[in-house]
Design a protein around this ligand. Sequence first.
Ligand code: F6P
Length: 358
Amino acid sequence: TKKLLVLTGGGDCPGLNAVIRGIVKRASREGNWEVIGSIEAFNGVLNTPQRLMKLNGETTAGIHVKGGTILKTTNKGNPFEYAVENESGEVVVTDRSDELVKKIKELGVEAVINIGGDGSQRISQQLFEMGLNIVGVPKTIDNDLSATDFTFGFRTAVQIATDSFDKLVTTAESHHRVMIMEVMGRNAGWIALHTAMAGGAEVCLIPEIPYDIDKVVQRINERYEDGRGFVNIVIAEGAKPKDGTVTAEESDEVGYGNLRLRGVAFVLSEQLKKAGCKADIREMVLGHTQRGGTPIAFDRILATMFGVKAFEMVLNKEYGKMTSYRNNKITSVNIKEAISTYNLVDKNSFMVEAARGI
Ligand code: F6P
């Protein structure tokens, strides 16, 4: 038998379990593969004692319906920059990549499938350059990878955001309020734009198009003047104003520019008040609920196909490559190419144009 090592790294995302199950299902058809999972990205291999999990029909039964990852995950396991806190509380960073490659070889592993976002795929590329047989599976709810038209998780995130948006609309309407809903997406406005269109938001603010606060106030006033009397705004966590009117104080409070801390919805609320908006405003940061729970059917299907494809890439020794969904086909691309370009919203695109008129 041959051994395959599978791991999930970086932030979680609905559909990770469906990828794992897809790999296992396809591998079991070969009959001579043993699939092992490394718990918490590469930490499962690096740590002593090692934390590994047998992945087979029994341990992966029914997991495609569940959110999260049965293999657990972490943002703190980069083998090239492994950070550990010493006794005096200082963070010491070491390169444990040689140790990792050695430990993977000692396990008798033939190939590795790394399921993760751009950070994880950068690690895949570095390990591939060190001679490791590795295949990547991209994941991100942000939809910001240009090497694939879609990743699993994105559409689930949009669905979750849209469901919340719909709920905010009815309460905004009852109270004649302005509701601001902040969604994730890092430097990309995809989740915001899709949610705004699905829900019918009056205002959508995305990182790719810095906003003019006076125009937002104007739009709000128009809605009150034309008798509708309520406004629903979707703001992407990376959105910023045109003229940089965020004060140092606001910046410190919400970590503006530091997406680890959420809160641009509150910044916008303050800016609107300062710019003369008289309406009653409420804010909501949707946060990690966008990454939680059951993946929608589309994401389960895409994730399953990515899993099957990743295993077939191992069979074909297509190492240093990652699965991709392009023009309605499942294919593969070089990881090197995949990590060098991002997919951001084009402000001249049809979707942006259409959203303006909605
Ligand atoms: O990349 C996915 C994502 O959910 C982003 O949308 C968000 O900015 C970030 O991860 C949140 O990271 P964390 O889970 O570390 O707070």
